[in-house]
Design a protein around this ligand. Structure first.
Ligand code: UGA
Length: 422
């Protein structure tokens, strides 16, 4: 099939290259000339395991452009994959989605063939029906479900594992209202052997939010139990090993510690809270999930003070700046909260990350950066482990004070070792 992808962030690029690998032709549309150039050089615009190889392998099957006319007229399906960041009140900012829908619609006005617009950007339940379809209809002067198809096809890709997740999904969710669109998307997804769920538009939107909200809840639950375990001298990882063996519960996403960051969980939980409140419902559980998540970095600082006392002029080393390993993404990273607090307390902050130092420098130039994890550990009064990069298992921590937010086993050799929830 011929596919166009609007927005080449990690969801857009992985989805497009994934479909190219499955034998489809793909056109990426982006407003960023830098990204277009990189993609057309057949290089990944982001750091994502396995992507570079796939882009080389399928180099004849895709190209990037800023030209919507070219992209829409030469494809049968358009996936909207642009960002949906948070507004200051936590609700989602739909400006990029609306911009994309308007640009697509202006070309649909000139296109005779049936075309499917599939929303892959994460949008709160009701958005496609209430906002995106009216925009498409207004600017194309055509009717949804009749002249063109509309679908919601949420993604469940983890950064760092996105390529693998694309090819091995647990499920494919297709939200649509008309038979023709459903058939086209069913065919496109036919190589996937996992369960396929066909639902209406807003159910598909809610499946995405409920999935992320549940995973965030699971982490905050693990952290709450972990915080109680810490007070009792119990290793919460042992507890969750026992808990996770119950098949109704499942062992994953119980890694207690510093909590969740990234571009998805914090934003999506906030957006769902904002939506619920607008509907007149107070989502108490979801609010507490965020509260517990915000507490974890503060607990780490408390443990640090237990051993160092006043932090003024103390050299504190942060191991890891990204929101999780195997990505260069620092959005909502726990490192940001920790650095802010440490600088507020007049500590001298030293930091190391295998890939994200340059990005972090743009936010914090008053932090000193080490060129290796070992250099950092050797030159500080205490170490905070913020991200579980594999290489942190090869550092010599002997003689040091280490507060571990991510459970690096080797760090237990430190003179003083404190796990956040164990
Ligand atoms: C998350 C979901 O896992 C994906 O399914 C979803 O598609 C994606 O959001 C999205 O909405 O686009 P991602 O944010 O890339 O993916 O990362 P995760 O691997 O889920 O980790 C999120 C955060 O939770 C990280 O900061 C991680 O350190 C933290 N985490 C995860 C824990 O603190 N404990 C755990 O047990 C698991």
């Amino acid at each position: 099939m011929n596919i166009s992808i609007v927005g080449s962030g990690y969801v857009g690029i992985v989805t497009g290259i994934g479909f190219a690998e499955m034998g489809n032709n793909v056109i990426f549309v982006d407003v960023d000339p830098g990204k277009i150039e990189i993609i057309n050089k057949k290089e990944p615009p982001i750091f994502e395991k396995g992507l570079k190889e796939l882009m080389k392998k399928n180099k004849e099957a895709y190209y990037a452009t800023d030209n919507y006319i070219d992209a829409i007229l030469n494809s049968d399906i358009t996936f909207i994959c642009v960002g949906t960041p948070s507004n200051p009140d936590g609700s989602i900012d739909l400006s990029q989605v609306m911009g994309a829908a308007k640009s697509v619609a202006e070309v649909l006005a000139k296109k005779d063939d049936f075309h499917v617009v599939a929303v892959k950007s994460t949008v709160v339940p009701g958005t496609t029906e209430e906002v995106i379809i009216p925009t498409l209809e207004k600017h194309s002067k055509k009717g949804a479900f009749v002249d063109f198809g509309v679908a919601v096809t949420p993604e469940f890709l983890r950064e760092g594992e996105a390529v693998d997740d694309f090819f091995n999904p647990d499920r494919v969710v297709i939200g649509s209202e008309d038979e023709r669109t459903r058939k086209i998307l069913d065919e496109l997804h036919s190589p996937f052997k996992c369960p396929k769920l066909f639902v209406d538009l807003k159910t598909a939107e809610m499946i995405k939010y409920a999935s992320n909200a549940f995973l965030a809840t699971k982490i905050s639950f693990a952290n709450e139990i972990g915080n109680i375990c810490k007070k009792l001298g119990i290793d919460s990882y042992k507890v969750f090993e026992g808990v996770g063996l119950d098949h109704r519960i499942n062992p994953s996403f119980f890694r207690a510690g510093l909590g969740f960051g990234g571009s998805c969980f914090p934003k999506d939980v906030k957006a769902l809270i904002a939506k619920a409140e607008r509907l007149g419902y107070n989502p108490k559980l979801l609010k507490t999930v965020l509260e517990i998540n915000d507490m974890q970095p503060a607990m780490m600082i408390d443990l640090l003070k237990k051993h160092l006392g006043n932090l003024s002029d103390k050299r504190i080393g942060l191991l890891g700046l990204t929101f999780k390993p195997d990505t260069d993404d620092i959005r909502e990273s726990r490192a940001i909260i920790l650095v802010k607090q440490l600088l507020k307390e007049n500590a001298k902050v030293f930091a190391y990350d295998p890939v994200a130092i340059e990005k972090f420098k743009r936010l914090y130039s008053d932090v000193e950066y080490a060129s290796s994890a070992q250099e950092l550990v050797d030159n500080v009064d205490a170490v905070l482990i913020v991200t579980e990069w594999r290489e942190f298992e090869n550092v010599d921590y002997r003689g040091k004070i280490v507060i571990d937010g991510r459970r690096i086993l080797k760090a237990r050799e430190a003179k003083v070792y404190e796990g956040l929830c164990w």
